[in-house]
Design a protein around this ligand. Structure first.
Ligand code: WTA
Length: 648
């Protein structure tokens, strides 16, 4: 265990050095602190050119034994999961490790009774309620592969994901609470199911008590759990068997179903959780602020939704594999008011708080002093994830929430990486505003120039790539290994290409500068431009469209669409068209992908080979037209002035 936990800068340096000089021995030791049904025969097999990566080869385990059973001896009665409902008037729920274990085993038996076997894919389209965590773990218990789809996605986005993975079962709820709204999940799911022939059974949880009716092959969650007991042995799973599929947007084409496997993902999320947040189950040593509770487990809260990778790795698997107390929150930061997050921190005495820059900006704008109304003295670590954090947001987080005393971990990682890759370790390594700082042990980042040559020395700026495998890496894109190779391993031979740019200061700290591809991060959600353009182009009046991002106070970036119509007849009602276009986007992806601004234009600037010059469109959207570069070589330079004159 000594090795698992990094307690000082010196230990970090040593762990990092060892992990680079002898990665196999390093991860061998880390992985040995888990419960394995059979030890691996080889620690790592890899070839980034194929690409193929395998960790803990021939090792057998069950991740739920590590997240639940393993803790029963020592902490059966410790709280594993705290559920804080959307409404502050509804009571929180507390699940001990024993209770969570029992619920997971019970629901695993429900899955089995309804025909689910090892390897079957189960789609989960649920609100942020404890049953979601239970469902995820129940799948893992029997080796079924979960594919959680965020509750904000539309019916066609849900159907596309179900069909891509050929899911056999759907788990959903009558609805979900979000602020003062109810998301009608069952109605959306029913619409999706009309085009999902692979689904044989749907299990529906009652959450909002609406009077939804069941259709053929649909059963109630509460009826099913009455039919089974809570005795369910953990199935033996190969380290490289699939644990889950999670979809992420690409810059082109349909969403990519990233595949994570059991062994490496478990080891990596658990190790990074413990060290980045400096989570302790039995805190004897303290840093930062006063905490009066003696040797109690820390209470950790990540505000993400389990529909995203942050929720998978740092609400469910990472914390539970550490025997932590993890909070899940059903609601939103602004309901019933912007003090809600702080109220929850005070109520549950949260020690580690992990959220996204977009939430921080919204809170900063709306609650300047609300954070002061609540007692936040238990907070020791603050974390951020999802996009670069701007200095203003960082300062506010540090001053108002951390009172200048809490380390802030700015964690850079991706759905594809499984866990945190570059981040400070709270209170152990230094943080630096707007910098993710240093790589975790086992992570070997490099900066590349345009030609793919490694830039040596500091400071430096370039394209970020990773040159050695780490256990949490997604192994493939479900059903499309070629695409996995093309997207991540072809741009720079022999290296993993995440799609981000970065700079490195003279001490080796990394700052992520943003995407270098056509993915735009809006409120922390990755959105590919091409898939949205394809949807807009389906509108009968639309000839062509181009989307770019522009800075937005709260969302970080918002989408700006340039649209040309087939017939430049000016009598169209542009506002009505804008609504129709956004409705189309909302129907096929979800409201998160709606365009903030839509400008109708007679032409889009193109190169002579017909490629849209997004760089120019981006500058116009950003209102930075002082230096548009040479436009004279365009096919249609005249349209640029026109677009500028009519910019929104
Ligand atoms: C961006 C979320 C700067 C980045 C865990 C990455 C960040 C993409 C940070 C992955 C950060 C995430 N600083 N940028 N701390 N964290 N990103 O797959 O562009 O939803 O490639 O995973 O978010 O987003 P994803």
């Amino acid at each position: 265990m000594q090795r698992f936990q990094i307690n000082s800068y010196h230990e970090y340096e040593k762990a990092y050095k060892d992990s680079v000089e002898n990665p196999e021995a390093f991860w061998d030791e880390i992985a040995s602190s888990f419960l394995w049904k059979k030890k691996w025969t080889k620690t790592l097999e890899w070839d980034f050119t194929k690409p193929e990566v395998k960790w803990f080869v021939n090792g057998k385990l069950n991740i739920t034994e590590n997240c639940l059973d393993r803790h029963l001896e020592e902490r059966a009665n410790q709280t594993a999961l705290i559920f804080e409902p959307n409404s502050p008037n509804e009571a929180a729920q507390y699940f001990t490790y024993k209770a969570l274990h029992s619920k997971v085993c019970q629901f695993a038996n429900v899955l089995k009774a309804n025909g689910i076997k090892k390897g079957d894919r189960v789609c989960i389209y649920m609100p942020m309620v404890p049953e979601l965590t239970i469902a995820v773990l129940a799948c893992a218990r029997i080796g079924a592969v979960h594919s959680v789809v965020f509750g904000g996605f539309s019916s066609s986005a849900l159907a596309a994901r179900i069909n891509d993975a050929q899911c056999k079962m759907l788990l959903t709820a009558d609805g979900g609470f979000r602020g003062d709204k109810i998301t009608p999940l069952k109605a959306i799911a029913d619409e999706a199911l009309q085009s999902c022939p692979s689904i044989e059974k749907t299990i529906v949880l009652k959450r909002v008590l609406s009077d939804v009716a069941l259709k053929t092959n649909q059963v109630w969650w509460h009826d099913e759990i009455k039919k089974v007991d809570d005795n369910c042995p953990a199935v033996e799973i190969d380290a490289e068997d699939m644990l889950f599929i999670l979809y992420t947007s690409g810059s082109t084409g349909k969403p990519k179903g990233m595949v994570h496997t059991c062994g490496g993902y478990m080891v990596y999320t658990a190790y990074t959780f413990r060290n980045v947040f400096q989570y302790r189950c039995d805190r004897t040593q303290r840093y930062g602020r006063e905490d009066t509770r003696a040797s109690m487990p820390d209470v950790y809260w990540c505000t993400a939704d389990i529909g995203w990778i942050t929720g998978h790795s740092y609400i469910v698997y990472g914390p539970l594999a550490n025997g932590a107390t993890t909070v899940m929150f059903e609601g939103i930061p602004s309901y019933p008011d912007y003090g809600r997050f702080w109220e929850i921190c005070e109520k549950h005495r949260v020690n580690q708080f992990y959220t996204a820059p977009t939430a921080i900006r919204a809170l900063a704008k709306n609650t300047v002093n609300l954070a002061d109304n609540y007692n936040l003295k238990h907070i020791k670590t603050l974390g951020t994830v999802g996009e670069p954090i701007n200095l203003e947001a960082w300062n506010w987080y540090n001053d108002y929430v951390g009172k200048g005393k809490c380390p802030i971990v700015d964690t850079w990682w991706q759905t594809e990486t499984g866990g945190i890759m570059i981040s400070s370790l709270a209170g152990v390594t230094n943080d630096k505003p707007t910098y993710a700082t240093l790589p975790l042990p086992g992570v070997q980042p490099v900066l590349l120039d345009e030609k793919g040559n490694e830039i040596q020395g500091n400071p430096a700026e370039g394209i970020l790539a990773i040159k050695f495998p780490w256990p949490g890496l997604a192994r493939t894109i479900y059903g499309d290994h070629q695409r996995y190779k093309n997207v991540y391993f072809s741009a720079y031979k022999g290296k993993y290409f995440p799609g981000d740019g970065a700079l490195r200061d003279k001490s080796g700290n990394y700052r992520i500068t943003g995407r270098v591809d056509d993915v735009i991060i809006v409120s922390g959600h990755n959105l590919g431009t091409a898939p949205i353009e394809d949807i807009i182009d389906e509108h009968p009046l639309v000839a062509e469209s181009a989307i770019v991002g522009f800075p937005h106070d709260i969302k970080g970036n918002a989408l700006y669409g340039y649209v040309t119509l087939k017939d430049s007849d000016n009598s169209y009602n542009h506002d009505a068209l804008r609504k129709e276009i956004n409705q189309l986007i909302s129907d096929s992806i979800g409201p998160i992908a709606k365009l903030e601004k839509i400008q109708f234009t007679d032409g889009l600037p193109k190169t002579r080979s017909g490629k849209i010059m997004r760089r120019i469109l981006r500058k116009i959207a950003e209102k930075d037209t002082s230096n548009l570069g040479d436009t004279s070589t365009l096919l249609n330079p005249e349209c640029v002035q026109d677009i500028m004159d009519n910019a929104l």
